[in-house]
Design a protein. Structure first.
Length: 206
């Protein structure tokens, strides 16, 4: 609403990473944001959840889960979140929860949906904790970016898989796709990727 007020534009184009894609779909479908959104491009979003996340929540000891949650919640508070809920957020990423969400938040006919994903070919393609979670995701969910499987990333009218031709041996991790580690990756310019993404939307009339 603030962007529409400040710019005078009719609608916005949302590009959302990971859980942000689920949050955006919820806002569009359940909170009336569809009237203000032209397109939603989700990037490495777990639309169908992560089976391994469900396994961890069910099998990791309560004491360990709470210790991990306390650490992440502390970080989130420093980043400005006044009421962080790490375990609640992880719970929303399980396959069971995403199935429930998909049933109650159908796509809006007013919005154009498309998705983008990337993969890591092996665990060493990502930094901690993605190099660890890659093996779990591979076992339970198949090819993944260290967190989200390829099948879970697909949503909307089109799906683009980065590095699908295998040129980058290290792949592009869940963190790489948002330049989380501020790392220069040979043969992949993350800034140019987003510039091209926006350019394509403009070429399509959005």
């Amino acid at each position: 609403k603030k962007i529409l007020e400040e710019t005078g534009c009719e609608k916005v184009n949302i590009i959302a990473h990971s859980k942000g894609g689920l949050d955006s779909r919820y806002a569009i479908s359940r909170l009336g944001a569809d009237k203000m959104v032209a397109t939603l491009t989700t990037v490495n979003t777990p639309h169908r959840g992560c089976v391994f996340a469900e396994y961890l929540l069910e099998h990791v000891p309560e004491k360990v889960k709470n210790a991990i949650a306390d650490r992440y919640n502390s970080i989130l508070r420093r980043l400005g979140d006044k009421q962080p809920d790490f375990l609640g957020a992880v719970g929303d990423l399980t396959a069971k929860r995403c199935k429930q969400l998909n049933e109650i938040m159908p796509d809006s006919p007013l919005v154009s949906y498309r998705s983008v994903g990337s993969l890591m070919p092996e665990a060493k393609g990502g930094k901690f904790p993605l190099n660890y979670s890659y093996r779990l995701a591979k076992y339970f969910d198949g090819d993944n970016d260290g967190l989200v499987s390829e099948q879970s990333m697909k949503w909307g009218e089109s799906f683009t898989l980065l590095n699908g031709d295998g040129k980058l041996k290290r792949g592009i991790s869940h963190g790489d796709i948002i330049d989380l580690d501020r790392e220069n990756i040979k043969d992949f310019d993350i800034r140019e990727f987003y510039v091209e993404l926006v350019h394509q939307l403009k070429e399509q009339g959005y």
